[in-house]
Design a protein around this ligand. Structure first.
Ligand code: PEP
Ligand code: MN
Length: 253
């Protein structure tokens, strides 16, 4: 077994002996929404709370997120539940304002090549969850992390979230071998986002089991009390019952 350079987020260790479960809604829809969901997720053994505040939507006419208001709601949910929080930072201009609230900055697939953003995150003393660009090679993904690390921030976790292939039915293709390869190449934690990697609710469970069985360091799953009512990514979002079942099953692997 190779030694992995662990990353600590609040009281949670990523890359240690047990896989980490990150869950939450694609978008934070209101203060009540994220607080109620955080309580439900905490009760089922989720380790880290995710929630989108700044949303990089394909169409500018789609819901763009509640921005800093949502970051503050997420922080409130953390204060109530004790769950450390991770949320996407879309622009270098937002880092400073978000810094006091977040435990981990997420870099989305569209921003993996945003070197100005990565460089600025290299100067921050908070862990970074670096998603793979949907067309990025493993080398490009590794070098994107290098922009953060070279700046002095060594707390990087990789997140495989699916890439574009000739599979025209699922939203993306989960590159499981690529994820395991990255872990072997970098000796850093690698987690999987089975929600964006598939775009299909019924595939989230199977791909979670595969990721944990492959020895990866955790998963990040989109969850909503009423998935079909989600402001974004409803088709890949699972409900509380399924999330609970998936976590229980994955923990037995
Ligand atoms: C997300 O996790 O909310 C997200 C937008 O993912 P990605 O950047 O992988 O599309
Ligand atoms: Mn989403």
């Amino acid at each position: 077994m190779e030694t992995i350079q662990t990353v600590q987020v609040g009281n949670v260790i990523i890359g240690g002996t047990t896989p980490v479960f990150i869950a939450g809604p694609c978008s934070i829809e209101s203060r009540e929404h994220i607080i109620e969901e955080a309580k439900a997720l905490k009760a089922m053994g989720v380790n880290l709370l995710r929630g989108g505040a700044f949303k990089p939507r394909t169409s500018p006419h789609d819901f763009q997120g509640l921005g800093m208001d949502a970051v503050k709601y997420l922080y409130e949910a953390k204060e109530i539940t004790g769950l450390p929080i991770v949320t996407e930072v879309m622009s270098e201009d937002h880092i400073e304002e978000m810094l006091p609230y977040v435990d981990m900055f997420q870099v989305g697939t569209r921003n993996m090549y945003n070197y100005a953003l990565l460089q600025k995150l290299g100067k921050v003393n908070k862990p970074v969850l670096l998603k793979r660009g949907f067309s990025a090679t493993l080398r490009e993904w590794q070098m994107a992390a290098e922009y953060i690390i070279a700046g002095g921030n060594d707390q990087v976790v990789f997140c495989e979230r699916g890439i574009r292939t000739n599979n025209d039915i699922t939203r993306n293709t989960l590159d499981l071998a690529g994820a395991v390869m990255m872990r072997q190449m970098t000796h850093r934690p690698v987690i999987v986002d089975p929600s964006h990697a598939t775009g299909v609710r019924s595939l989230v469970g199977p791909m979670t089991m595969a990721s944990v069985a492959a020895g990866l360091d955790g998963v990040m799953i989109e969850v909503h009390e009423v998935p079909d009512a989600s402001y974004s990514d409803g088709a890949q979002t699972i409900d509380y019952d399924l999330c609970r079942t998936i976590i229980e099953k994955a923990k037995k692997i």
